[in-house]
Design a protein around this ligand. Structure first.
Ligand code: 5AD
Ligand code: SF4
Length: 486
């Protein structure tokens, strides 16, 4: 017998913008709603529940959601039972303002209240009342009370809801205490809180039993992780060691790292634990000390270089990627040049580049003028992208002729597009990643997804290695046979 709660057969449309943390939140919310009997639709006009999981890091991401909400203004005329909800960072940041800007919204649910979503949807539908569920503002109460109001949402996982059956995100830290002056995250995701190691390990074991091979640990500052359990302090390096023992997991990653917290014990753990990906995302944000100071990043470019040197000496084969903000308040042409210099010097595997977007509620918004014109931001963005692409292409070219080991993920984007257009014959183009996080495409049997394969690299682009599967002959009846195309 199914309970009443399980008999709902409504259709759910969800749109997610933003970071991996948001992708994980959406996966978990959808999992909870599917348990209640909802099924997913990709057509909002066919849905009786429409959810937006939102991002506030840049203004553009918020615009996108408000425009999408605007388009739904008359949607309820066709489906009077429809419930429209705004979840996540923008919900926490804008709160009741969302109702003012989009009066047809029924629910506004912050990052710390996601567990309540199923019940709030039902209440909104039956009582036709608006609901606002958000956490306390950071200045509104003491740390403990604010922390309590941001609840980490990590229910048991449902395999069907993962974007890929073999890969999973696992949250280990919520919130952020760094308060970089440009950033809304400490407000939208609350105080930094590390989950207990016991819960994380349990979650990874469940995922491994469900067939997950690659786990990516998530935190806004993932390497700030610390939790005392049974009198013992666990750092990220300790956590990695414990997770490393979980049978079935082949690869372990963690994002995003804060440069000041890149301690030697962590680098040594990545060196000594073979399942750890040789990949570190450590955003620099700028190569200019004045900018770093204004950003309140807590390090100088010399500190960043020192840290980078430690990565290179402990992990000579690791790939490092970064984030940069161009056009931050007061950024001169010289300051911009210093960021370009840092990119040339570090030769990042890739950099995510963002034009500064002033965010109300942040210190930079209060203190500094957004004085770099949009066209200059655009030009600096393009210049930086060009330099980074050139470096990525050159470094990728160094792989031509090499054999790399990849964890096969599934069909490539090209293959998926082809399949959309109709039945496909012949070999499938697959995609996978190296331990150093480089994307590799090659032809192969889709059944290889979730396994490790050897690929010889024939060609490259700035973002991708292109190759073919290496098949080995069985020699003298002893050697192993690697995956062969079916
Ligand atoms: N404007 C532009 N980029 C930003 N980021 C964070 N806040 C802003 C902002 N206000 C960038 C940083 C961060 C990444 C996730 O987004 O580079 O590392
Ligand atoms: Fe934002 Fe800085 Fe925290 Fe990263 S470390 S989430 S940029 S405040």
């Amino acid at each position: 017998m199914t309970s009443m709660a399980n008999t709902h057969n409504g259709k759910l449309f969800i749109e997610t913008v933003g970071c991996q943390m948001n992708m994980l939140d959406s996966e978990l919310v959808v999992g909870a709603l599917r348990k209640q009997g909802y099924s997913l639709t990709d057509d909002p006009s066919d849905a009786d529940t429409i959810l937006f999981n939102t991002c506030s890091v840049r203004e553009h991401a918020e615009h996108k959601i408000y425009s999408a909400l605007g388009r739904l203004k008359y949607s309820k005329q066709a489906r009077p039972n429809q419930v429209i909800g705004v979840l996540g960072c923008m919900a926490q940041k804008d709160q009741a303002l969302v109702f003012q800007r989009a009066p047809h919204v029924d629910l506004v649910v912050g990052t710390g209240q996601l567990a309540e979503v199923p019940q709030l949807i039902e209440a909104a539908r039956s009582r036709r009342e608006r609901a606002l569920a958000v956490s306390l503002d950071r200045k509104e109460a003491g740390r403990a009370a604010v922390s309590d109001s941001f609840q980490s949402y990590d229910p048991l996982r449902e395999p069907a809801m993962r974007p890929s059956p073999h890969q999973a995100f696992v949250r280990i830290v919520i919130g952020c205490d760094k308060f970089c002056t440009y950033c809304v995250v400490p407000m939208t995701r609350g105080p930094e809180q590390s989950r207990p190691p016991r819960d994380i390990l349990q979650e990874v074991k469940v995922l491994a039993d469900q067939g997950v091979k690659e786990v990516t640990l998530l935190g806004q500052t993932v390497n700030s992780y610390k939790h005392t359990q049974d009198g013992k302090l666990f750092r990220l390096s300790d956590l990695l060691e414990h997770i490393h023992g979980v049978k079935g997991i082949l690869r372990l990653k963690f994002v995003t790292n804060f440069p000041k917290d890149m301690t030697d014990d962590l680098l040594q753990a990545v060196r000594d634990l073979p399942k750890c990906a040789q990949y570190l995302h450590v955003p620099a944000q700028s190569g200019c000390n004045e900018m770093l100071k204004r950003m309140k990043r807590g390090y100088t470019v010399e500190d960043y270089r020192e840290m980078f040197g430690r990565i290179r000496s402990t992990l000579p084969h690791a790939a490092v990627s970064s984030d940069f903000i161009v056009g931050f308040c007061g950024e001169t042409a010289e300051a911009h040049q210093k960021s370009l210099n840092l990119i040339s010097e570090c030769r990042f595997k890739n950099s995510f580049i963002f034009k500064y977007s002033p965010r109300p509620g942040t210190k930079a918004f209060e203190l500094y003028a957004d004085d770099v014109p949009e066209d200059v931001k655009k030009q600096r963005n393009n210049e930086m992208l060009l330099l980074q692409n050139q470096i990525s292409a050159e470094d990728n070219a160094g792989f031509i002729g090499d054999e790399v080991e990849v964890l096969v993920e599934g069909f490539s984007k090209v293959q998926l597009k082809k399949a959309d257009l109709g039945p496909v014959s012949g070999p499938s183009q697959l995609t996978g990643r190296t331990s150093c996080d480089r994307i590799v495409v090659f032809d192969g049997n889709p059944r290889l997804a979730g396994s490790l394969a050897s690929i010889e690299v024939d060609d490259v682009t700035p973002t991708t290695l292109i190759g073919h599967i290496v098949t080995r002959e069985v020699q003298h009846g002893s050697s192993v046979l690697l995956p062969i195309l079916a």
